[in-house]
Design a protein around this ligand. Sequence first.
Ligand SMILES: *[C@@H]1O[C@H](CO)[C@@H](O)[C@H](O)[C@H]1NC(C)=O
Ligand SMILES: *[C@@H]1O[C@H](CO)[C@@H](O)[C@H](O)[C@H]1NC(C)=O
Ligand SMILES: *[C@@H]1O[C@H](CO)[C@@H](O)[C@H](O)[C@H]1NC(C)=O
Ligand SMILES: *[C@@H]1O[C@H](CO)[C@@H](O)[C@H](O)[C@H]1NC(C)=O
Ligand SMILES: *[C@@H]1O[C@H](CO)[C@@H](O)[C@H](O)[C@H]1NC(C)=O
Length: 351
Amino acid sequence: MIPFFVAIFLLGLSSLATAANFNQVFALTELDYEWPSEASRAQALRDGTFKPENVYPRYMAVYGTRLFLSLHKDEGIPVTLVSLPTSSASPKLTPFPSRNMHGPGDCDKIEEAKGLEVDSVGRLWVLDQGSISSNCSAKLLIIDLANKDQIKIIHRFPFRRWLHDLVLDETPDGTFAYITRSIEQNIVVFSLERNESWMVDTPGIRAYAIALSPKDQEARQLYLSEWNSNQQFSVSVAALRNGTRTANLNPIGNWTAISSFRMLMDNHGTMYAAFFQENHIFSCNTSQPFQEQRFHQVAGVYTGLPFTFALDQSGTFWMTVFDDKKKPRYRLLKATVGAKSYTFEASQVSE
Ligand SMILES: *[C@@H]1O[C@H](CO)[C@@H](O)[C@H](O)[C@H]1NC(C)=O
Ligand SMILES: *[C@@H]1O[C@H](CO)[C@@H](O)[C@H](O)[C@H]1NC(C)=O
Ligand SMILES: *[C@@H]1O[C@H](CO)[C@@H](O)[C@H](O)[C@H]1NC(C)=O
Ligand SMILES: *[C@@H]1O[C@H](CO)[C@@H](O)[C@H](O)[C@H]1NC(C)=O
Ligand SMILES: *[C@@H]1O[C@H](CO)[C@@H](O)[C@H](O)[C@H]1NC(C)=O
């Protein structure tokens, strides 16, 4: 009996150590776009170009008082990249950077936004995988949030479709993006200075969720997990920056859940992970041998589809919770964690 109680006690302690207090910003049954007019909204509902029941936020980034979401591309989802205020209890989804920048079949517009990241100088990086029906290649855009939201297509990849998520490696010698594609046994490396991208093979592993160790950590590590697996891998980025074409991923441990959708590192080296079919957010301290902790549980939600989250510049962890089966379907939660995203040095004090 005694070891049993001791185990419970220790479990309790470890969850206390990592628990965060989340506050609810909104809880809504429906998320709607901001429309040019009531008539255009009514028309879109009538002709099926807008189906509110198909709104599902999948990727998230935060900058200042604005939150950015990529929505799952589905029937009736005319715009996949939107912004909303961080403080509203009933926000509208504003097409970002403008409604005019969205549409299928025009390779200079956003067709299907996926992973989002904000860099250390306030630029939003957006992956766009292109639509099924068009011939547009996948591309990478940068929107300068600190400078009138100026948008620039910075790279077109030599392939169409299948992009998942990205992380940014800002070094004194240039900025790299590491990008996962979900169906291929490779990742994509992009060098901003050289405007070049290349594939790096990851033999036997289809990397899906991705995270990067903090900026000021020596021997920066990339963390990858795989679709339909609970295995966690790491690899040093030095070779990736240098142009290697094959990465040998080191297995570092296993999560209890499978199919991590989104991972995120803070600037103290805590890595957070959200999974399909799981209402827990797990975390682990990457400065120690791999050990999973329970960071937060959203009780009573059905979660076939994973939550998504982001850290802002002032130490707040933002999370959308999606419940496919009951109302409210959409929630935005926030918690003060006192850590920023991995793109900031740990020595920088939170505001
Ligand atoms: C895509 O390219 C193929 C081959 O070049 C062409 O036949 C097809 O019409 C194009 N589709 C669109 C939607 O442009
Ligand atoms: C970068 O490369 C893309 C092709 O991927 C090209 O369209 C674009 O013009 C290049 N940008 C610059 C600044 O050279
Ligand atoms: C990367 O390439 C540079 C220049 O070729 C070389 O000096 C350096 O040792 C390489 N680093 C790694 C980790 O391969
Ligand atoms: C993790 O899972 C893999 C695949 O199921 C297994 O081979 C490996 O031994 C596990 N590792 C640990 C540390 O449990
Ligand atoms: C993570 O582990 C390191 C090394 O043991 C420790 O110094 C640090 O405080 C830990 N971080 C957290 C958030 O517990």
